[in-house]
Design a protein around this ligand. Sequence first.
Ligand SMILES: [Zn+2]
Length: 238
Amino acid sequence: MLRKLDYGEADRIFTLLTRTHGKVGAIAKGVRRPESKLGPSLELYGHVDVLLARGRGQLDVVAQVERLPGTRIAGEVERMSHAALIAELAERVCEDRHPVDGVYELTVTALEELARESDPRRASAYFLTAALELLGYAPQLSVCASCEKPLPAKPAAFSPSAGGFLCDRDDLGMPPTSLAAIKVLRLMAAGDLQTYRRLKIDDALMTEIEHVLTTQLEHHLDRRLKSLQFLHDMRARS
Ligand SMILES: [Zn+2]
C-alpha cells in the first residue's frame, strides 16, 4: 500500500504495489464509514492480500482485503517518513500494471525491516543501498570511479556525477567521507544484513552514509523525492 487519497464522501483511492501487476490504482468504496469491513485492513504501508475487481475506468475496485501478519508501521513521524520514502521510490520506479523485477520483494522486505528496527534510519539506508543496486545506480565503492585504481584504506571523496568514490589524484579537493562510512556502505552493498544489524553506527556516521546514498540516488532521478526533502528538513530542525 503505497499511497492513499480520500475520494468523494466515504471512498478512498489507493496505490497498491502488487507482486505480479506492478503498480495498481484501486478504489475502496465506503471505506471511511465506521461500519466498513474493508477499513481496518487498509492501512498505509500495510502488507495485504487483496482481491480486486475490474472497475469501469482506470481504477480497480477493492472487493476483499486481508492484512498479512507482520509488525505495523505507525506512530512516530520519523518512522512514517522513512516508510514514505520507501513507498515514494517504489512508486517512482514502477510503471502502472507492469511489474519491475525485484521491486515488490525489496519494498516488502524494507518495510518489514523498518518496522522491526529500533533506528529507522538504519533500515532506510539498507533499503537505499539495495534500491540503487536494483536500479543499476550502485556507487563504485572499491575502485576509483574515475581512473578505476583500487582505493586505498583511507577516507575518500564521493562524487555522484562520477558514480562513486575517487582516489586522491581525481578528487579535486572535495571533502572526504570517512573510512568507517565507506566500510559500512561496502557491507550493505554485499547484502550482509545480519552483520549490518549488529554494527554500532552513531548519528554522525549514519549522516555520512545517508549523504552518499541520497546524493547518488537524486543524481539519477529527474525530480527530487518529496519524502527525502521532508526528512532533510526534519533533521535540520531537530
Ligand atoms: Zn582515480
